[in-house]
Each structure stands twice: as structure tokens, then as C-alpha cells.
Design a binder for this molecule. Structure first.
Ligand SMILES: [Zn+2]
Ligand SMILES: [Zn+2]
Length: 264
């Protein structure tokens, strides 16, 4: 189910490399025990940006996020490592399309540090087996995508994040209800309509907090649909963790055609 033999081999190799070789920084190539040196992490575009706490959209002038105010999503918070811009854009591209699964653990660990900084209450991590601990999951790929790529890049990032925070991981919390997904060229509103009901959460989640990991958040339509399914299954709180958030101008441009016309 997780991408066949090629995918399993690719993930196994990535884990071996991650566990045994002296790591180098995936950004600068310099020595790093963690896969990303603190200097490179701090220099990522948008790393220090002020963001809407709910959807992670960076803001320059006003913290008032009209999108979240006008149409509140089912998730409560979004933690983003940095903007979807070089070098993260290149790294995510290599992870997904170059099938370089070894890039996922350093990205997951860097995201775990962002999560810890955003929610220090979750630190130290929950005791193993704590029934109240947040559950980590990932946006599932379609069966066709998974077969082609061999692994779900978001799940591999989630795996590293969960390990770093010592949180339980359950990759079956979300399931797709249909084979295909709408084209990424659709505008935000069209995507949101097309994605409504795209996920189901088969497992009851009474009062649990769920951390949903995705590689890139652009319009937020996918994560909105995922949060709706998790909340319908009883999740008390949904927190998104994304490696890269599309910068404001791009996301606004995407979102504009469907933005409700409001005055004041
Ligand atoms: Zn570096
Ligand atoms: Zn927002």
C-alpha cells in the first residue's frame, strides 16, 4: 500500500543514510549532525516572518487575516518552517519529483523545532503511550501518485517530526474518498469546492489533538478539507505543520477570484 518494493527500498536507504552517515546540511552542504545547520535554517526566506497563527500566511502590514475571519477553517493553527521559495522550493521539488527521500528527515526535524517553538507546552514531549498525546498524521497521496513516486513525501516528513517530538504517528487517520484530485491550476475557491469531502477520517478521534503534516500549503484548500474530516471524526483540535508556505502575494493572487466581496 505504501508504494511497492521500489518505494520501500528508497525509504529504507534514506533511513540507513540518515542513521549511519555523518550528516551534511541539505542547504549549504556543510557539516551538520542534524541535516540542516542553524545558520541555514534561520536564513530561510520567511523563517522569521510574522504569520497568521491560524493559516500561516505571512503578513507585512496587518496581522488581520481576512481569509480566516471571513471563512474560519477547521484547523486551529498552522506552523510553517518558511516560505515556498528557494532553497526550500528546490528541496521540496527534489524530494517529490527527484524522489530523494533522504531529504525528508532533515526537513521533518526542522519542522519539529518550529512546532516546539510555537507550542512550548508540548515540550517535553508527551510520555510514550500517553492517551492524550497529539497524534501526528500526513496528507495521504492518491494511489496513483503513491505508485508513481514510491513514497508519500509528507508521511516521511511526518515520521521524522513525530520521532523528534516523541509523538505517536498514525498514517491512516486520513483517507482519500476519490482517486483524482483537482488541478493545481484551479483558483482557491474552485479548489475548495472541488476538495470538499475529499477526505474521510475512518477512526474515531474523541477529543484528540491531531497534527497534520503536508509539504507545501498554497491556498489551504487541501488542509481545510482534511481538518473538516478530522473534526467530523471528533478531533478537538487540528494543527497543520507544513514545510513551505506560499508567500502572501502568491497565495492572495490564487485566492482572489473566489474571495467574497466584502466592504469594511
Ligand atoms: Zn547549512
Ligand atoms: Zn489566516
Amino acid at each position: 500500500m505504501q508504494g511497492g518494493l521500489a518505494g520501500r527500498l528508497r525509504r529504507a536507504c534514506a533511513r540507513l543514510v540518515d542513521a549511519w552517515l555523518p550528516a551534511s546540511c541539505i542547504v549549504c552542504g556543510g557539516a551538520s549532525t542534524d541535516g540542516m545547520c542553524p545558520e541555514c535554517e534561520a536564513a530561510l526566506p520567511g523563517h522569521a516572518a510574522m504569520r497568521c497563527a491560524r493559516c500561516g500566511l505571512a503578513w507585512a502590514r496587518s496581522p488581520r487575516c481576512t481569509e480566516c475571519e471571513a471563512d474560519p477553517p477547521g484547523f486551529s493553527a498552522t506552523v510553517a518552517l518558511a516560505d515556498y521559495a528557494p532553497p526550500l522550493e528546490r528541496l521540496v521539488h527534489a524530494l517529490k519529483f527527484g524522489r530523494d527521500a533522504a531529504l525528508a528527515p532533515p526537513l521533518g526535524r526542522a519542522l519539529a523545532r518550529r512546532l516546539e517553538a510555537a507550542f512550548p507546552d508540548h515540550a517535553p514531549p508527551a510520555a510514550p503511550g500517553d492517551p492524550a498525546a497529539p497524534i501526528v498524521t500526513a496528507i495521504p497521496l492518491s494511489v496513483a501518485r503513491l505508485a508513481g513516486r514510491g513514497f508519500n513525501q509528507s508521511l516521511e516528513i511526518a515520521r521524522a517530526l513525530a520521532r523528534a517530538r516523541r509523538l505517536p504517528l498514525d498514517h491512516r487517520l486520513l483517507a482519500r474518498t476519490r482517486a483524482g484530485m483537482p488541478a493545481s491550476t484551479l483558483h482557491a475557491g474552485e479548489r475548495r469546492v472541488a476538495l470538499a469531502g475529499a477526505f474521510t477520517a475512518p477512526r474515531p478521534l474523541a477529543a484528540r489533538t491531531v497534527i497534520v503534516v503536508d509539504d507545501v500549503m498554497t491556498t489551504g484548500a487541501t488542509l481545510r478539507a482534511a481538518a473538516a474530516a478530522l473534526r467530523a471524526a471528533g478531533a478537538a483540535c487540528v494543527i497543520n505543520c507544513v514545510v513551505a508556505r506560499t508567500p502572501q502575494s502568491d497565495a492572495r493572487r490564487d485566492a482572489r477570484p473566489d474571495r467574497p466581496r466584502r466592504t469594511g
